[in-house]
Write a protein that binds this ligand. Structure first.
Ligand code: PMP
Length: 407
């Protein structure tokens, strides 16, 4: 009839939708429960994990303003810094690496990157993609840079930025930072450091150590899940960024835009508290509670707990006759045990057995030099306890002695 309703969809392709994906017709299979003690995300603090379920009142209200302020204070506390520009990007640690490079680098700038494993090699690649003239300070597997090597590179190349990983989790290396801040100051270089594998595990005093910029993620010793990338920029770094000739390439991670989002600077529009991008209150809750957990315990106690459980796994590994990827004891990254898979054993079968029999997730290494050839235990945050360390090493002993894990 002339009054019949119009066709709901004119577009032929919408009238005939694709078949319903059957795999989505039930609730998500949430996975089996177990202990996460490998390289990546580790078991979160229950308080931080549960916080994601808290009601989310909306991102533009006063509450979102409060929670961000609390996060900034918590981050300053774990970094021992007074830096105003201390906040968190949405994304994972890699977002933080890219953002830090993008904010510091302009086309052709010289950037020296310490390369001693997978993540440090990726950092150098990121800088190159952003147009930097990259100087790779390469070290062979299981070793790190000396202060003398760094000073030599600084005096020779006078880079704008020196980017180092404090902990290279894929090779189990700890890169000491003593004296590097002073050396960078001497040559007018900005010191940027990846603290993903060391923050809230070993003592870090960002201001005293003269580190200009740091980046982290939320799924290791901060005790949360993947989703945010905390960063801190010193006043010196901010002054250099303000004097750029060209803006950073990525709008969303521009530190000066983020500073308005986090209310470090005046917001762009009167009374609007979030104008850069939508924020995830679930993730902000997660980070806030992870930090609150550390504050409750006290950072010195958190460092001491990590030190104790880390020493335990290292001693047990030695007792078990396992060969460390890093031969020099002092160069080993605390909390990250990286040992070669023993002869006659299959690394994947060892980790498979650990999960099947003990519900403990370990990894077999990460990146070409170690993947499938090593066994990696990561003890951070919630898992950095003697009883947990003992459980893991007992289970590893069982796994390595089982004929089921033979190559
Ligand atoms: N740097 C280091 C030292 C890492 O261990 C990792 C991975 N955990 C990253 C950077 C990248 O972080 P994400 O996986 O959170 O992107």
């Amino acid at each position: 009839s002339p009054t019949s309703s119009p066709e709901p969809f004119e577009n032929e392709s919408i009238r005939k939708p694709l078949p319903v994906p059957k795999c989505l017709s039930n609730r998500a299979a949430t996975g089996e429960k177990g202990m996460l003690a490998g390289g990546g995300a580790c078991t979160p603090y229950p308080r931080s994990f549960e916080a994601m379920k808290l009601a989310c009142p909306g991102m533009y209200y006063t509450y979102a303003k409060t929670i961000r302020k609390e996060i900034m204070e918590g981050l300053r506390y774990i970094l021992q810094t007074k830096n105003q520009y201390t906040f968190a990007y949405h994304g994972s640690g890699s977002t933080g690496t890219t953002a830090v490079m993008d904010n510091l680098i302009e086309q052709g700038d010289k950037v020296a990157v310490g390369v001693y494993g997978h993540w440090s090699s990726i950092a150098a690649d990121i800088a190159e993609r952003l147009g930097a003239n990259v100087i790779r300070l390469k070290k062979p597997l299981g070793s790190r840079l000396t202060l003398e090597e760094i000073e030599k590179a600084l005096s020779e190349h006078k880079p704008k930025v020196l980017y180092l990983l404090h902990g290279e989790s894929t090779t189990g290396i700890l890169q000491p930072l003593d004296g590097i801040g002073e050396a960078c100051e001497k040559y007018g270089t900005i010191l940027a450091v990846d603290l993903v594998s060391t923050v809230a595990q070993i003592p870090i005093e960002m201001d005293r150590m003269k580190i200009d910029v740091v980046m982290m993620n939320t799924q290791k010793a901060i005790g949360g899940v993947v989703g945010l990338a905390p960063v801190s920029y010193s006043p010196k770094a901010i002054a250099i960024i303000r004097n750029r000739k060209t803006p950073p390439r990525v709008y969303q991670t521009d530190v000066l835009e983020q500073a308005r989002e986090w209310l470090i600077e005046e917001p762009k529009w009167y009374q609007v508290e979030s104008c850069l991008h939508s924020v995830s209150l679930a993730l902000l809750h997660m980070l806030r509670e992870g930090l609150a957990n550390i504050v409750d315990e006290g950072i010195e106690n958190v460092w001491a707990r990590h030190d104790q459980s880390s020493r335990y796994i290292f001693d047990r590994a030695e007792e078990m006759g396992l060969e460390f990827v890093v031969p020099v004891k002092e160069d080993r990254l605390p909390g990250t045990l990286l040992v070669k898979c023993p002869k006659g054993k299959d690394a994947y079968k060892v980790t498979g057995y650990m999960w099947d029999k003990h519900r403990i997730e370990l990894s077999t290494g990460f990146g070409p030099p170690t993947i499938g050839k090593c066994i990696r235990v990561g003890l951070f945050g919630e898992n950095a306890r003697l009883d947990v360390a003992e459980t893991i090493m007992d289970a590893l002993k069982d796994s390595l002695s089982s004929p089921e894990t033979n190559a």
